[in-house]
Design a protein around this ligand. Structure first.
Ligand code: 13P
Ligand code: SF4
Length: 386
Protein backbone atom coordinates (compact mmCIF):
# COMPACT_ATOMS: atom_id res chain seq x y z
CA UNK A 1 0.00 0.00 0.00
CA UNK A 2 1.36 3.44 -0.92
CA UNK A 3 2.18 5.64 2.05
CA UNK A 4 1.71 9.39 2.13
CA UNK A 5 4.90 11.29 2.96
CA UNK A 6 3.98 14.58 4.61
CA UNK A 7 5.62 17.73 3.25
CA UNK A 8 7.71 19.20 6.06
CA UNK A 9 8.27 22.91 6.27
CA UNK A 10 11.81 24.27 6.65
CA UNK A 11 11.09 24.96 10.28
CA UNK A 12 9.83 21.46 10.99
CA UNK A 13 12.85 19.91 9.27
CA UNK A 14 15.23 22.00 11.37
CA UNK A 15 13.39 21.47 14.64
CA UNK A 16 13.22 17.72 14.22
CA UNK A 17 16.88 17.36 13.34
CA UNK A 18 18.42 19.86 15.75
CA UNK A 19 16.11 20.50 18.68
CA UNK A 20 17.74 19.80 21.97
CA UNK A 21 15.15 19.05 24.65
CA UNK A 22 15.18 20.45 28.15
CA UNK A 23 17.27 18.19 30.42
CA UNK A 24 15.29 16.53 33.20
CA UNK A 25 17.16 18.32 35.96
CA UNK A 26 15.59 21.58 34.80
CA UNK A 27 12.06 20.27 35.37
CA UNK A 28 10.16 20.80 38.59
CA UNK A 29 12.19 23.79 39.84
CA UNK A 30 10.36 26.37 41.93
CA UNK A 31 9.64 29.81 40.41
CA UNK A 32 11.73 31.43 43.13
CA UNK A 33 14.76 29.24 42.46
CA UNK A 34 14.57 29.81 38.70
CA UNK A 35 14.31 33.55 39.18
CA UNK A 36 17.43 33.68 41.35
CA UNK A 37 19.45 31.41 39.05
CA UNK A 38 18.40 33.17 35.81
CA UNK A 39 19.34 36.54 37.33
CA UNK A 40 22.72 35.16 38.46
CA UNK A 41 23.53 33.62 35.06
CA UNK A 42 22.50 36.78 33.29
CA UNK A 43 24.74 38.86 35.56
CA UNK A 44 27.68 36.53 35.03
CA UNK A 45 27.30 36.64 31.23
CA UNK A 46 27.18 40.45 31.35
CA UNK A 47 27.57 42.25 28.03
CA UNK A 48 28.26 38.95 26.21
CA UNK A 49 24.51 38.33 26.36
CA UNK A 50 21.45 40.15 25.09
CA UNK A 51 17.94 38.84 25.70
CA UNK A 52 15.10 39.93 23.42
CA UNK A 53 11.49 39.34 24.44
CA UNK A 54 8.35 39.54 22.32
CA UNK A 55 5.25 40.98 24.00
CA UNK A 56 3.49 37.59 23.95
CA UNK A 57 6.06 35.98 26.24
CA UNK A 58 5.13 34.97 29.76
CA UNK A 59 5.90 37.39 32.63
CA UNK A 60 8.37 34.90 34.15
CA UNK A 61 10.40 35.11 30.93
CA UNK A 62 9.93 38.67 29.65
CA UNK A 63 11.05 40.20 32.94
CA UNK A 64 14.60 39.15 32.01
CA UNK A 65 14.55 40.72 28.54
CA UNK A 66 16.96 43.58 27.84
CA UNK A 67 14.63 44.72 25.08
CA UNK A 68 10.95 44.01 24.56
CA UNK A 69 8.94 44.87 21.48
CA UNK A 70 6.87 43.88 18.50
CA UNK A 71 8.52 42.10 15.57
CA UNK A 72 9.64 45.36 13.94
CA UNK A 73 11.13 46.89 17.06
CA UNK A 74 12.95 43.69 18.01
CA UNK A 75 14.39 43.35 14.49
CA UNK A 76 15.70 46.91 14.85
CA UNK A 77 17.35 46.12 18.18
CA UNK A 78 19.58 43.42 16.70
CA UNK A 79 22.15 45.86 15.37
CA UNK A 80 22.25 47.84 18.63
CA UNK A 81 24.32 45.30 20.61
CA UNK A 82 27.19 44.18 18.34
CA UNK A 83 29.42 43.41 21.33
CA UNK A 84 27.15 40.60 22.56
CA UNK A 85 28.21 37.06 21.61
CA UNK A 86 24.81 35.55 22.30
CA UNK A 87 21.36 36.80 21.33
CA UNK A 88 18.77 34.79 23.23
CA UNK A 89 15.46 35.35 21.45
CA UNK A 90 12.43 34.75 23.63
CA UNK A 91 9.90 34.64 20.84
CA UNK A 92 9.27 32.29 17.93
CA UNK A 93 11.38 30.72 15.21
CA UNK A 94 10.87 33.23 12.38
CA UNK A 95 11.96 36.06 14.70
CA UNK A 96 15.16 34.22 15.61
CA UNK A 97 15.87 33.52 11.93
CA UNK A 98 15.57 37.21 11.11
CA UNK A 99 17.90 37.99 14.03
CA UNK A 100 20.46 35.57 12.60
CA UNK A 101 20.31 37.37 9.26
CA UNK A 102 20.60 40.84 10.81
CA UNK A 103 23.25 40.15 13.46
CA UNK A 104 27.04 40.36 13.16
CA UNK A 105 28.89 37.24 11.92
CA UNK A 106 30.36 36.40 15.35
CA UNK A 107 26.96 36.47 17.11
CA UNK A 108 24.94 33.34 17.85
CA UNK A 109 21.15 33.47 17.98
CA UNK A 110 19.43 31.05 20.34
CA UNK A 111 15.74 30.16 20.56
CA UNK A 112 15.36 28.54 24.01
CA UNK A 113 12.98 25.90 22.62
CA UNK A 114 13.29 25.17 18.91
CA UNK A 115 9.72 23.91 18.90
CA UNK A 116 8.53 27.51 19.34
CA UNK A 117 7.30 27.94 15.77
CA UNK A 118 4.41 29.88 14.29
CA UNK A 119 1.50 28.02 12.73
CA UNK A 120 0.90 30.90 10.33
CA UNK A 121 4.50 30.84 9.07
CA UNK A 122 4.08 27.10 8.42
CA UNK A 123 1.20 27.86 6.03
CA UNK A 124 3.58 28.97 3.26
CA UNK A 125 6.15 26.42 2.04
CA UNK A 126 8.82 27.46 -0.49
CA UNK A 127 7.67 24.81 -3.02
CA UNK A 128 4.15 26.22 -2.88
CA UNK A 129 5.42 29.73 -3.47
CA UNK A 130 7.51 28.60 -6.44
CA UNK A 131 4.45 26.92 -7.96
CA UNK A 132 2.35 30.02 -7.34
CA UNK A 133 4.95 32.23 -9.02
CA UNK A 134 5.08 29.93 -12.09
CA UNK A 135 1.30 29.84 -12.31
CA UNK A 136 1.11 33.62 -12.09
CA UNK A 137 3.59 33.78 -14.99
CA UNK A 138 1.36 31.40 -16.99
CA UNK A 139 -1.49 33.86 -16.39
CA UNK A 140 0.57 36.56 -18.07
CA UNK A 141 1.78 38.06 -14.78
CA UNK A 142 5.48 37.37 -15.22
CA UNK A 143 8.03 39.81 -13.80
CA UNK A 144 9.10 42.44 -16.32
CA UNK A 145 12.85 42.73 -16.57
CA UNK A 146 12.93 45.82 -18.77
CA UNK A 147 10.18 48.19 -17.64
CA UNK A 148 10.24 50.09 -14.35
CA UNK A 149 7.24 48.31 -12.81
CA UNK A 150 6.33 44.68 -12.27
CA UNK A 151 3.06 42.83 -12.85
CA UNK A 152 3.30 41.39 -9.31
CA UNK A 153 5.41 42.47 -6.33
CA UNK A 154 5.74 39.80 -3.63
CA UNK A 155 5.45 40.96 -0.02
CA UNK A 156 5.81 38.55 2.85
CA UNK A 157 4.80 39.18 6.44
CA UNK A 158 7.78 38.71 8.78
CA UNK A 159 5.86 35.70 10.14
CA UNK A 160 7.31 33.45 7.43
CA UNK A 161 10.26 31.09 6.99
CA UNK A 162 13.67 32.37 5.86
CA UNK A 163 13.24 30.49 2.55
CA UNK A 164 10.12 32.54 1.79
CA UNK A 165 11.88 35.81 2.63
CA UNK A 166 14.80 34.86 0.39
CA UNK A 167 12.43 34.11 -2.51
CA UNK A 168 10.68 37.44 -2.07
CA UNK A 169 13.92 39.41 -1.70
CA UNK A 170 15.34 37.90 -4.88
CA UNK A 171 12.24 38.91 -6.85
CA UNK A 172 12.23 42.58 -5.92
CA UNK A 173 9.86 42.21 -2.99
CA UNK A 174 10.10 42.93 0.71
CA UNK A 175 9.13 41.85 4.20
CA UNK A 176 6.60 43.73 6.31
CA UNK A 177 5.49 43.68 9.92
CA UNK A 178 2.14 44.63 11.39
CA UNK A 179 3.58 48.03 12.28
CA UNK A 180 4.77 49.03 8.79
CA UNK A 181 2.31 47.09 6.62
CA UNK A 182 0.57 50.15 5.10
CA UNK A 183 3.87 51.85 4.25
CA UNK A 184 5.07 48.57 2.74
CA UNK A 185 2.02 48.24 0.51
CA UNK A 186 2.55 51.83 -0.69
CA UNK A 187 6.20 50.98 -1.40
CA UNK A 188 5.16 47.89 -3.36
CA UNK A 189 2.46 49.70 -5.38
CA UNK A 190 5.13 52.19 -6.49
CA UNK A 191 6.94 49.20 -8.01
CA UNK A 192 4.15 47.09 -9.41
CA UNK A 193 0.53 46.80 -10.43
CA UNK A 194 -0.53 44.22 -7.86
CA UNK A 195 0.82 42.58 -4.72
CA UNK A 196 1.15 38.93 -3.81
CA UNK A 197 0.81 39.10 -0.03
CA UNK A 198 1.67 36.11 2.15
CA UNK A 199 1.13 34.22 4.38
CA UNK A 200 -1.56 36.15 6.34
CA UNK A 201 -4.60 36.95 4.24
CA UNK A 202 -6.11 38.96 7.11
CA UNK A 203 -3.21 41.38 7.61
CA UNK A 204 -3.08 41.85 3.82
CA UNK A 205 -6.83 42.45 3.50
CA UNK A 206 -7.15 44.68 6.55
CA UNK A 207 -4.20 46.85 5.54
CA UNK A 208 -5.21 47.20 1.88
CA UNK A 209 -8.84 47.96 2.79
CA UNK A 210 -7.72 50.69 5.21
CA UNK A 211 -5.76 52.21 2.30
CA UNK A 212 -8.90 52.35 0.16
CA UNK A 213 -8.62 49.18 -1.92
CA UNK A 214 -12.11 47.64 -2.19
CA UNK A 215 -12.64 43.99 -1.22
CA UNK A 216 -13.67 43.08 -4.78
CA UNK A 217 -10.15 43.94 -5.92
CA UNK A 218 -8.68 41.26 -3.66
CA UNK A 219 -8.57 37.51 -4.32
CA UNK A 220 -7.51 34.63 -2.08
CA UNK A 221 -4.86 32.29 -3.47
CA UNK A 222 -5.26 28.77 -2.10
CA UNK A 223 -1.83 27.09 -2.39
CA UNK A 224 -3.47 23.65 -2.23
CA UNK A 225 -5.47 24.29 -5.42
CA UNK A 226 -4.26 24.45 -9.02
CA UNK A 227 -3.73 28.13 -9.94
CA UNK A 228 -4.75 29.03 -6.40
CA UNK A 229 -8.28 27.87 -7.21
CA UNK A 230 -8.78 31.07 -9.20
CA UNK A 231 -9.76 32.02 -12.72
CA UNK A 232 -6.89 33.88 -14.50
CA UNK A 233 -9.20 36.83 -15.27
CA UNK A 234 -9.99 37.22 -11.56
CA UNK A 235 -6.28 37.30 -10.73
CA UNK A 236 -5.46 39.78 -13.51
CA UNK A 237 -8.23 42.10 -12.25
CA UNK A 238 -6.99 42.00 -8.64
CA UNK A 239 -4.79 44.55 -6.86
CA UNK A 240 -4.13 42.18 -3.94
CA UNK A 241 -3.51 38.44 -4.23
CA UNK A 242 -3.86 37.21 -0.66
CA UNK A 243 -2.28 33.90 0.33
CA UNK A 244 -4.71 31.61 2.15
CA UNK A 245 -2.98 31.66 5.53
CA UNK A 246 -4.05 32.85 8.97
CA UNK A 247 -3.14 32.98 12.64
CA UNK A 248 -5.02 30.36 14.62
CA UNK A 249 -4.92 32.59 17.72
CA UNK A 250 -6.26 35.80 16.17
CA UNK A 251 -8.94 34.18 14.02
CA UNK A 252 -10.70 33.18 17.23
CA UNK A 253 -11.85 36.76 17.75
CA UNK A 254 -15.30 37.56 16.38
CA UNK A 255 -17.51 40.58 15.71
CA UNK A 256 -20.08 38.95 17.98
CA UNK A 257 -17.65 39.17 20.90
CA UNK A 258 -17.36 42.90 20.21
CA UNK A 259 -21.14 43.24 20.21
CA UNK A 260 -21.25 41.39 23.54
CA UNK A 261 -18.56 43.49 25.21
CA UNK A 262 -20.21 46.73 24.04
CA UNK A 263 -23.50 45.60 25.61
CA UNK A 264 -21.83 44.62 28.88
CA UNK A 265 -19.51 47.65 29.13
CA UNK A 266 -21.11 50.70 27.49
CA UNK A 267 -18.38 53.16 26.49
CA UNK A 268 -15.72 50.43 26.12
CA UNK A 269 -13.11 50.97 23.38
CA UNK A 270 -12.12 47.93 21.36
CA UNK A 271 -8.63 47.49 19.90
CA UNK A 272 -7.46 44.43 17.94
CA UNK A 273 -4.36 43.11 16.20
CA UNK A 274 -4.67 43.28 12.35
CA UNK A 275 -4.30 39.47 12.11
CA UNK A 276 -8.00 39.24 13.10
CA UNK A 277 -10.58 38.79 10.31
CA UNK A 278 -11.81 41.85 8.37
CA UNK A 279 -15.29 42.04 9.97
CA UNK A 280 -13.68 42.11 13.42
CA UNK A 281 -11.47 45.08 12.47
CA UNK A 282 -14.58 46.83 11.08
CA UNK A 283 -16.46 46.27 14.35
CA UNK A 284 -13.50 47.43 16.50
CA UNK A 285 -12.49 51.05 17.21
CA UNK A 286 -8.83 50.63 16.37
CA UNK A 287 -6.24 48.08 15.24
CA UNK A 288 -2.47 47.80 15.19
CA UNK A 289 0.67 45.90 16.13
CA UNK A 290 1.36 44.78 19.68
CA UNK A 291 3.53 47.86 20.24
CA UNK A 292 0.74 50.11 18.91
CA UNK A 293 -1.82 48.42 21.17
CA UNK A 294 0.38 49.04 24.22
CA UNK A 295 0.96 52.71 23.33
CA UNK A 296 -2.69 53.39 22.52
CA UNK A 297 -4.11 51.80 25.66
CA UNK A 298 -1.48 53.14 28.07
CA UNK A 299 -1.73 56.68 26.64
CA UNK A 300 -5.54 56.75 26.74
CA UNK A 301 -7.28 58.94 29.35
CA UNK A 302 -7.29 57.52 32.87
CA UNK A 303 -10.46 55.64 33.62
CA UNK A 304 -10.82 54.34 30.03
CA UNK A 305 -12.13 50.82 29.57
CA UNK A 306 -10.57 48.69 26.81
CA UNK A 307 -11.37 45.31 25.31
CA UNK A 308 -8.26 43.97 23.59
CA UNK A 309 -8.20 41.35 20.82
CA UNK A 310 -4.75 39.83 20.94
CA UNK A 311 -2.70 37.16 22.73
CA UNK A 312 -3.64 36.73 26.37
CA UNK A 313 -0.22 37.33 27.96
CA UNK A 314 -0.04 40.81 26.50
CA UNK A 315 -3.65 41.53 27.50
CA UNK A 316 -2.96 40.44 31.09
CA UNK A 317 0.25 42.49 31.24
CA UNK A 318 -1.63 45.54 29.98
CA UNK A 319 -4.28 44.99 32.65
CA UNK A 320 -1.83 44.43 35.48
CA UNK A 321 1.28 46.52 34.72
CA UNK A 322 1.40 48.54 31.53
CA UNK A 323 -1.77 50.61 31.70
CA UNK A 324 -2.37 51.67 35.31
CA UNK A 325 -5.61 53.58 35.83
CA UNK A 326 -7.26 51.92 32.78
CA UNK A 327 -9.46 48.85 32.80
CA UNK A 328 -8.31 46.23 30.31
CA UNK A 329 -10.38 43.18 29.37
CA UNK A 330 -9.71 40.35 26.95
CA UNK A 331 -12.11 40.43 24.01
CA UNK A 332 -12.28 36.63 24.26
CA UNK A 333 -13.48 35.82 27.77
CA UNK A 334 -11.32 32.68 27.83
CA UNK A 335 -8.23 34.54 26.54
CA UNK A 336 -6.43 33.47 23.36
CA UNK A 337 -3.09 31.80 24.01
CA UNK A 338 -0.31 31.39 21.47
CA UNK A 339 0.83 27.92 22.44
CA UNK A 340 4.11 28.16 20.53
CA UNK A 341 5.16 31.44 22.20
CA UNK A 342 4.32 29.66 25.46
CA UNK A 343 6.91 26.98 24.75
CA UNK A 344 9.66 29.35 25.86
CA UNK A 345 9.54 28.69 29.60
CA UNK A 346 11.71 30.07 32.43
CA UNK A 347 13.10 26.51 32.71
CA UNK A 348 14.34 26.71 29.11
CA UNK A 349 15.78 30.17 29.64
CA UNK A 350 17.64 29.04 32.76
CA UNK A 351 19.06 25.96 31.04
CA UNK A 352 20.22 27.97 28.02
CA UNK A 353 21.94 30.63 30.17
CA UNK A 354 23.65 28.20 32.54
CA UNK A 355 24.95 26.24 29.56
CA UNK A 356 26.28 29.44 27.97
CA UNK A 357 28.27 30.02 31.14
CA UNK A 358 30.03 26.76 30.27
CA UNK A 359 30.36 27.92 26.63
CA UNK A 360 27.83 25.31 25.49
CA UNK A 361 25.33 26.59 22.92
CA UNK A 362 22.01 24.79 22.50
CA UNK A 363 19.13 25.44 20.13
CA UNK A 364 20.99 27.86 17.91
CA UNK A 365 19.03 29.15 14.90
CA UNK A 366 20.96 29.61 11.69
CA UNK A 367 19.83 30.62 8.24
CA UNK A 368 21.79 28.79 5.54
CA UNK A 369 24.47 30.77 3.71
CA UNK A 370 22.67 30.45 0.36
CA UNK A 371 19.54 32.09 1.80
CA UNK A 372 21.22 34.77 3.86
CA UNK A 373 21.95 37.27 1.11
CA UNK A 374 18.38 37.61 -0.22
CA UNK A 375 16.97 37.51 3.30
CA UNK A 376 19.19 40.42 4.19
CA UNK A 377 18.09 42.33 1.10
CA UNK A 378 14.42 41.76 1.97
CA UNK A 379 14.86 42.62 5.66
CA UNK A 380 16.93 45.73 4.93
CA UNK A 381 14.12 46.92 2.66
CA UNK A 382 11.70 46.26 5.53
CA UNK A 383 13.78 48.26 8.00
CA UNK A 384 13.98 51.17 5.62
CA UNK A 385 10.19 51.39 5.21
CA UNK A 386 8.55 53.07 8.20
P1 13P B 1 3.68 42.07 16.28
O1 13P B 1 4.74 42.34 15.27
O2 13P B 1 2.53 43.02 16.21
O3 13P B 1 4.24 41.97 17.65
O4 13P B 1 3.01 40.66 15.91
C1 13P B 1 3.71 39.49 15.88
C2 13P B 1 2.82 38.34 15.92
O5 13P B 1 3.22 37.22 15.76
C3 13P B 1 1.42 38.59 16.12
O6 13P B 1 0.73 37.39 16.15
FE1 SF4 C 1 2.19 32.98 14.93
FE2 SF4 C 1 -0.29 33.66 15.65
FE3 SF4 C 1 1.47 32.92 17.52
FE4 SF4 C 1 1.73 35.28 16.25
S1 SF4 C 1 0.08 34.65 17.62
S2 SF4 C 1 3.35 33.79 16.66
S3 SF4 C 1 1.01 34.72 14.17
S4 SF4 C 1 0.63 31.63 15.83
Amino acid sequence: MASIIPLLTEFEKQSISERQPLPEKYLGLSDAEMEVRIAAARRALGSRLVILGHHYQRDEVIRFADYTGDSFRLARQIASRPEADYIVFCGVHFMAESADVLCAPHQKVILPDLAAGCSMADMAAPEQLETCWEELAQMGLAPRESSGTSAVVPVTYINSAASIKAFVGERGGTVCTSSNAAATLRWAFERGERILFLPDQHLGRNTAYKMGIPLDQMVVWDPDEICGGLDPDQVRAAKMILWKGHCSVHTRFTARQIEGVRQQHPGVRVIVHPEVPWDVVQAADDSGSTEYIIKTVSNSPEGSVWAVGTEVHLVNRLAQQLAPGRTVLSLDQFGCLCSTMFRVSPNHLLWILEELLESRVHNQVTVSADQKHWNRVALDRMLSIT
